[in-house]
Ligand binder design. Sequence first.
Ligand code: GYE
Length: 354
Amino acid sequence: MKIRILSMFLTVALLTVPLVACGKTAETDSFDGIYEDEEYVETDEDVVVVGFSQIGAESDWRKVNTESMKETFANAEGYELIVDDAQQKQSNQITAIRRFIQQEVDYIVLAPVTEDGWDTVLGEARDAHIPVIIVDRMVDANNSLFTCWVGSDFLLESKKVTSWMNKYFTMQGIDGSEINIANIQGTYGASSQIGRTSGLSQAVRDNGWNFLGAECGEYTQARGREIMAQFLNKYRDINVVYCENDNEAFGAIEAIEAAGRKAGNNIKDGEIMVVSFDGVSDEALDKAGEGKIACIGECNPLHGPRVLEIIENLEAGITPNKFEYVDESIYSGEDRITTISVDGQSYYVTVLNK
Ligand code: GYE
């Protein structure tokens, strides 16, 4: 049996207008965080219902990612997408998945906040024969507990950014021992944090950079600013900050400027180099164009069409690839570096105009 929420009911429920019951009422106290007791109605067998458990809205990347899912499914005929915003909490994601199972959705799409802790609930989805598609970050669970995953190679993103940095320092005649770098990390235990932090650690070892320390910035601008202010007090000789997303970088730049310093590539002249990941917003690309962010490892959030394609394939009986990595570039306003190399492979840099 397939059950869906009619968009009309959703809209009405969002406006918190009382409804006349005409179907099955589901428990929806924290569903999407804002409405209660909306009505569920049975629908014809042709509508494919997809429950999407989204992490939250911590960054520009995340907002664009949610939009991509909503827009794709709104334009796809015969689909209904139910989005649940977990407000950064894994417990909310687990509750949402259990609700999707109760609602007998046809597919569950999960953007997991961290890698750990999914075995039980994914086992429940498997027992209910609901395919689970993981997007963005990965889960650390047995492969049989999910249908497939689509997202980014976070370690490769990091290797590209650190390779760009190394090339830039070499070009400027700056020795590795002169680099004093600190790390504003993403949400602990998220694949994107794990991959980006681990790429930095490797680069620190390989290039002889001085690693000052790391703090978790939760992928938010506010935390990025706070942590950078602490770093500036604690590490007087800091000349590079490695932010694990653009919003943290925006915060770091605010803190650098508030301390009367300048964010830029000219570290020999006392500027502080900022690097980051995502490259989703105009603001980030503008800052890269101006050199306030030296280099951004692109992270592509447009997973809506990819998830739709996976579901269409599954509907047609075609097994998708278990793991699907998306292609990504890197961005910089520095026009003297047009390629970088990672593990013997060359990649183009997207050079942005100043
Ligand atoms: O880089 C960050 C977001 O997991 C790729 O999460 C994602 C990261 C992205 O909040 O901005």
